[in-house]
Design a protein around this ligand. Structure first.
Ligand SMILES: [Zn+2]
Length: 234
């Protein structure tokens, strides 16, 4: 006998190519939990909504019986992300800078191993964003999410679509995640190139690393990233 898992098409990206069809049949062994079966098919539990056996909602600890059919929907969007705080794995550096650009509290370092990422996510109440399914399967991780998309633009839109966080563009340092505070021109004049000194009058300084920003310093391409992000959550 077998157990039939019916994954919604949104979850097919996690399945082996041969399984990308309406029904995945797994051998019934009498002991495996639904969560184990879903993960063995390749789908992280962070990415699913509430499964249903027949028309009865069940959770991942449920043990499907022989011949049983279980529907598995994707995680509902928008998903709550209290505080809108994130930590990103080492491969998502460009996405980290973009999340900071739109004002989201985003922890990122390029030298964090999986244990350190999980520890920081749990300790600081952050959602761990990753494209590594292995880390999403770790039992100790409280809140994680798989980031869809290969390009940073697509990844940013995926995160915004999933969590619908409130944005505050240009308020956070893209280098270190520190908050920016307005600063008088006289205070920063010495550190500016002559062209900047002549062309700009409004400045902000990072309270974390001291980096000075001025409006326009990011160039038109980042302004376009911000405009797309703002309209994505509008
Ligand atoms: Zn900074």
């Amino acid at each position: 006998m077998e157990v039939s898992l019916r994954f919604s098409p949104e979850l097919w990206i996690f399945l082996a190519p041969r399984d990308r069809r309406p029904e995945v049949l797994l051998p019934y062994d009498g002991t495996s939990s639904l969560g184990h079966l879903i993960e063995s098919a390749g789908v992280p539990l962070t990415e699913i909504g509430e499964p249903a056996a027949g028309c009865r909602p069940v959770d991942p600890s449920y043990r499907p019986g022989p011949g049983e059919v279980v529907r598995v929907p994707p995680v509902p969007r928008p998903q709550a992300a209290p505080g809108g705080r994130f930590v990103l794995d080492v491969h998502l550096g460009t996405l980290a800078r973009r999340l900071r650009l739109v004002g989201l509290d985003t922890a990122y370092r390029n030298d964090m191993d999986d244990d350190a990422l999980i520890e920081q996510a749990n300790a600081e109440g952050r959602v761990l964003l990753t494209q590594d399914r292995g880390i999403l399967r770790r039992r100790s991780l409280r809140r994680g999410a798989y980031v869809r998309g290969a390009r940073p633009d697509d990844q940013l839109l995926d995160v915004l679509d999933r969590f619908r966080p409130s944005l505050a563009p240009w308020t956070r340092c893209t280098a270190c995640n520190g908050p920016l505070a307005p600063v008088g021109k006289a205070e920063v004049e010495d550190t500016l190139e002559p062209g900047t000194r002549r062309g700009y009058d409004e400045f902000a300084r990072c309270l974390g690393c001291g980096h000075v920003y001025w409006h326009g310093a990011h160039g038109g391409s980042l302004a376009a990233v911000v405009a797309r992000a703002v309209s994505a959550v509008a």
